[in-house]
Design a protein around this ligand. Structure first.
Ligand code: ADP
Ligand code: BMX
Length: 280
């Protein structure tokens, strides 16, 4: 019942052997962001000789949309992917095992629902605050698939192509820092804020405020019992509390209940491993 599970995000790729919540032989590389995804996955395999012969299936949780095994980006600023890329075919070929692929946040939503912070909930939404903002919805014990959950693509104005993730998540934090003369990434923004730098503090405050609006709107649309927050930005110390601080003026029945992803950065690989096994 061991699955070779791979999470391909806009910033990093994590692969490991996964059985339930047990993770062995994890390997992480930076996402190249250009070229053929086949070579990204081949590079990962090249660094993990110990995976060989130890899994029966392979699953990938990826940023973007997967339709009939073909992968595309919605927001190429989060990750640029060759259009309609035959992901499951390439994955199955490289791994030599039956392959499955799904959106990263949908896989993570299922992982958290089955084995993490969503256990026992009637319904939950998972939100990853990472390079972009991804989402997954579990309602009535079912994971909504296809385009469902793409909350990071919400816009204030349909005529303006800028989605909310491009005004709040990791790529935006790096751009906002750069625009003020601080060339760093989102991790650097958090480090600067921890040192008391006001410019960094204001970037984080703007991001948290926009994500609070997104969560409040999700609550009105789906009324999930919990909104589970993941991703390296979502799980950065204090970030969830900052989002929740904006809810105090909401009537109690409209207030989202935010919880941290229990599986942390491994929600995606745990979730896709569950989905890859026919018995789950
Ligand atoms: P991915 O988007 O590849 O799934 P992550 O969930 O790690 O990956 O999100 C990547 C984003 O999180 C990047 O913008 C990166 O700068 C930022 N980041 C990584 N580590 C931290 C950290 N410890 N604190 C705050 N932000 C972080
Ligand atoms: C974007 C979109 C989603 C994804 C989310 C989080 C692309 C390439 N991706 O909204 O499908 O779930 O980012 O991705 O259009 P991450 O890399 O930040 O984890």
């Amino acid at each position: 019942d061991t699955v070779l599970a791979i999470d391909i995000g806009g910033t990093k790729i994590l692969g490991a052997l996964v059985s339930g919540t047990t993770i062995t032989e994890p390997v992480e590389i930076a996402t190249p962001g250009s070229g053929d995804p086949r070579s990204w996955i081949a590079d990962l395999f090249g660094r993990a000789p110990n995976w060989h012969g130890r899994y029966g299936r392979v699953g990938a949780a990826v940023t973007g949309v997967v339709e009939d095994g073909h992968w595309s980006a919605l927001n190429p600023k989060t990750l640029s992917i060759p259009s309609n890329y035959p992901l499951t075919e390439v994955l199955g070929d490289l791994a030599g095992a039956p392959a499955i692929a799904l959106n990263d946040a949908q896989a993570a939503a299922w992982g958290e629902y089955r084995l993490g912070a969503g256990r026992g909930a009637e319904s939950c939404v998972f939100l990853t605050i990472s390079t972009g903002i991804g989402g997954g919805v579990v309602a009535g014990g079912q994971l909504l698939s296809g385009m469902a959950g793409h909350f990071g693509q919400f816009r204030a104005d349909i005529a303006d192509e800028t989605p909310i993730e491009s005004l709040a998540a990791g790529r935006w934090m790096a751009e906002a820092a750069q625009a003020q003369g601080y060339p760093t990434d989102a991790r650097g923004v958090f480090a600067a804020a921890a040192q008391g730098d006001a410019w960094a503090e204001s970037i984080i405050a703007l991001s948290a405020g926009r994500i609070a609006t997104l969560c409040a709107n999700i609550q009105l649309g789906l009324a999930p019992e919990r909104i589970i927050i993941g991703g390296s930005i979502g799980l950065a110390p204090g970030f969830i509390a900052r989002i929740a601080a904006s809810f105090s003026d909401l009537p109690p029945r409209q207030r989202p209940v935010l919880v941290a992803a229990q599986l942390g950065g491994q929600a995606g690989i745990v979730g896709i491993a569950q989905i890859a096994l026919p018995s789950n």
